[in-house]
Every structure is written in structure tokens, then in C-alpha cells.
Design a protein around this ligand. Structure first.
Ligand code: C5P
Length: 402
């Protein structure tokens, strides 16, 4: 059965450029079995037409509060009662302020007040508007009232700025919605996940790092959360929005990640090492910036080995179910199985980073997952879908173990 079968979603669209993505969102929600009715504010209609949303949703679009015809067809109270979920996307700074203060001067405002449905808000605005103290206060109030806040994501904005304020991508929004209704098969489990790169300081301004974006680890965290687990994410420096309700521990270096991982893994059921940890760190970090001089043509930096985080977790007396990753450019199976044994892992997820369109810094990935006795292939798909499949494989193996 589709996850959203029988679910009734009111999608409230407010005025923001990301409104142009909403027909696609409606389509994908319907693909998952939902019925969708769209409510638009006046300013939303400056970005996209009601006709488009009527066509994709298969239902007439509601956009006025004081219209006798519309009220007769499905009035604001009826819509508010009909909904299982009221999703407001994109939610502008203005609409967030209105909702915080309980304004009921348009159709969407009245529905927010009149509904018992779950309310989720996906903000989208200029990064400075997002960071404005008043917006942050409003968001905090809405969270305290039990509303879900999904995003915003980070990146390039329509106005040319770069930063937090982008509407989450459509697949991410669909994942969030599905997460509300998905079977919670990981309830009472604590998952600890490492993600992203580490940075090894050379001097106060320079470091050694790698191209890991953290997307795979963050996707696994989201998938485990959606399946009901409590999730601790130990993350190196990344430009990603933190999944709602995850416990985020930010670290920079491999040694910090090691320390946190050992601490957290002691009470964990599952440990997933998705981080691209630097194998070596600088032996002595220079206290001052290293200067370039005229006669200094070569510079030597001494490196020492970092602790192997996943191997040390797997060596704990009461070790969690431990999953490692193997990013290889050749002989993937051979090296992955060798790592599985050598590091005493329960499972290893191998990917061939030499193939284009997957792995580091990409939105897609393909994995082969090995245990000592089994092999599962996850074909090339979005990291979010790969994560769901990997979480299912881990859950199955855990069941078999118990
Ligand atoms: O040995 P290699 O780095 O290829 O192993 C990859 C796996 O080991 C990944 O799961 C990675 O997160 C983990 N790892 C670690 N600590 C290190 C190096 C790798 O946890 N210092």
C-alpha cells in the first residue's frame, strides 16, 4: 500500500518564487496515494496560476475567503476539517508572521486557526529575512505550538544571495510528509550516525579536508528518523539543513568525531559510519599562520594517523550493530569484504566513487551492501531513496540477529 493512501492534504501556497515547484509537489504527493486540495494566498497567484494547480490536483483551488460560490462548494471550515495535514509551502516570512499572530484575514489564516490537522511549515525566503530575529522568534513559537518546521535548505537563492532560506526540494518535502505516516519499525532504537568530512588544522587558517558533502549521512539520519528511531548525528562541517528532531553534534576534526562517537555509541543500538574521516592529521598544528618566504620552495608537514572511529566502536565490549562505508575506486567487493572483517563490522556499504554521477558530492548513489553472509545491491537512485533501502536492510539484519 502507498504510504499516503487515504490521506487528505491541504497544501497552502503563499507568495514566494518557490511556488513554481508546487505543481510537482502535488503530483508526487498524489503518486504516494494522497488526495490534495490547494489553497492559495493572493500573492501566491502572482507566481503561479490556480488553473495549473487545479489541473494537477484534480480539485478546484480555493483562494478567497468571502466568496459565496466557493464557500458553498467547500467552505473554509469544511476544508479545515477535511484535512489530515495542512502543509504550507512555500511559507513566506509574511505568512509565518501572520500565522504566529493568529491573523484570520485570508482563507489560509482561517484554516490554520480552524483545523485540528497536523500543521507543517516549509519556509522559503531570502537568507537575511530568515535570519531576522523576529522571523526566528516566530518560528520558535510555531515549533512550541507543535507545528513541524521543514527546512529551509541552504544554497543559491533566486535573489542571488547564498545561504539558508531555500524551500526544501520536492523529494525532501515528500519524504517529510511520508515520514509522518510511515510505519515506525525502529521505535525505541537509538541510532548514531557520523556524516560529512573532517577538517584537520594545519595552522590557524588552513586545513586538510575532502569533498564529502554529508548528504548520504544526513539522508540516512532522515530515513532512520522517519522509521521511528532516535537519531544522533555526529557531523563534520557541511552545508545541509539539520533534519527536524535529530540530535546534532557538530565536530570539526577526526579526534573530536572519535571522542563523540565512542561516547554516543556506548548506548546505541546501531552505529553507521558514513563520515569521510581524514586518515591522517597534522602532527603539530602551527600556532601562527605559516609564512611563505622567498627561499622556502618546499614545505614539509608531518602527518600522524587518526584513530579509526568505526573500528574502535566495533571493538567496544557492548558494541552496537555497526555499519561502515567503503568508498573505493577499484576492486570494490574485495576491499569492502576485507574492511568488514578487519574492522569487525556487521555490515559494509560499498560504493564505487570512480563512477560518475554517484558518491562524493553527488545527489545520487548506488551501493552494494555486504554482511559476512549476504549481499544486497541498491541500484543508482537518489541518496534519499538509497538511505531508505539501507535503513530497511539494517533493520532486517538486526531482526535476524535478535
Ligand atoms: O578504511 P576506510 O577509511 O576506507 O574505511 C571507511 C569506513 O571507515 C567508513 O565507514 C568511515 O566512516 C570509517 N572510518 C572511520 N574512522 C576513520 C577512517 C574511516 O570511522 N579514521
Amino acid at each position: 500500500m502507498q504510504i499516503l493512501q487515504g490521506k487528505k492534504i491541504v497544501l497552502g501556497i503563499t507568495g514566494g518564487i518557490a511556488a513554481y515547484k508546487m505543481p510537482e509537489l502535488v503530483r508526487r504527493l498524489i503518486d504516494q496515494g494522497a488526495e490534495v486540495r490547494v489553497v492559495m494566498t493572493e500573492s501566491a497567484k502572482a507566481f503561479i496560476t490556480p488553473l495549473t494547480l487545479q489541473a494537477v490536483s484534480g480539485n478546484s483551488v480555493s483562494d478567497t475567503l468571502l466568496d459565496t460560490e466557493a464557500e458553498r462548494a467547500m467552505g473554509h471550515i469544511a476544508l479545515a476539517k477535511w484535512a489530515d495535514l495542512l502543509l504550507i509551502a512555500p511559507a513566506s516570512a509574511n505568512s509565518i508572521a501572520n500565522i504566529t499572530h493568529g491573523l484570520a484575514n485570508d482563507l489560509l489564516g482561517t484554516i490554520v486557526l480552524a483545523t485540528n490537522a497536523t500543521i507543517a511549515i516549509a519556509p522559503a525566503m531570502n537568507q537575511q529575512m530568515w535570519h531576522a530575529e523576529i522571523t526566528q522568534e516566530n518560528i520558535q513559537k510555531l515549533k512550541n505550538r507543535g507545528m513541524h518546521i521543514w527546512g529551509p535548505g541552504q544554497g543559491e537563492q533566486a535573489c542571488g544571495d547564498v545561504g539558508f532560506g531555500r524551500l526544501l526540494e520536492v523529494p525532501e518535502l515528500v519524504d517529510q510528509v511520508c515520514g509522518l505516516y510511515q510505519e515506525k519499525k525502529l521505535l525505541n532504537q537509538h541510532w548514531v550516525i557520523t556524516a560529512g568530512p573532517t577538517r584537520e588544522a594545519i595552522d590557524p587558517v588552513r586545513y586538510i579536508s575532502n569533498h564529502s558533502s554529508g548528504k548520504m549521512g544526513y539522508s540516512i539520519a532522515q530515513a532512520a528518523l522517519n522509521a521511528g528511531a532516535k537519531v544522533t548525528l555526529i557531523s563534520g562541517p557541511v552545508n545541509l539543513s539539520t533534519p527536524e528532531t535529530v540530535e546534532l553534534i557538530k565536530v570539526t576534526s577526526a579526534e573530536q568525531m572519535h571522542q563523540e562517537a565512542i561516547k554516543q555509541a556506548k548506548n546505541a543500538d546501531v552505529f553507521v559510519a558514513c563520515a569521510a574521516v581524514a586518515d591522517y592529521r597534522v602532527a603539530e598544528i602551527a600556532e601562527q599562520k605559516i609564512k611563505k618566504t622567498a627561499d622556502n620552495h618546499h614545505l614539509q608537514i608531518n602527518l600522524v594517523k587518526n584513530p579509526d572511529i568505526v573500528a574502535d566502536v566495533a571493538a567496544l565490549a557492548d558494541k552496537p550493530f555497526t555499519v561502515g562505508f567503503a568508498a573505493e575506486t577499484q576492486d570494490v567487493e574485495h576491499y569492502a569484504l576485507d574492511k568488514l572483517k578487519r574492522k569487525n563490522l556487521d555490515l559494509i556499504a560499498a560504493n564505487n566513487v570512480a563512477l560518475s554521477g554517484q558518491g562524493f558530492n553527488s545527489d545520487n548513489n548506488a551501493l552494494t551492501v555486504f554482511s559476512a553472509t549476504s549481499q544486497h545491491d541498491i541500484s543508482l537512485m537518489s541518496k534519499s531513496d538509497v538511505a531508505k533501502k539501507l535503513v530497511d536492510i539494517i533493520a532486517e539484519q538486526l531482526d535476524e540477529k535478535h
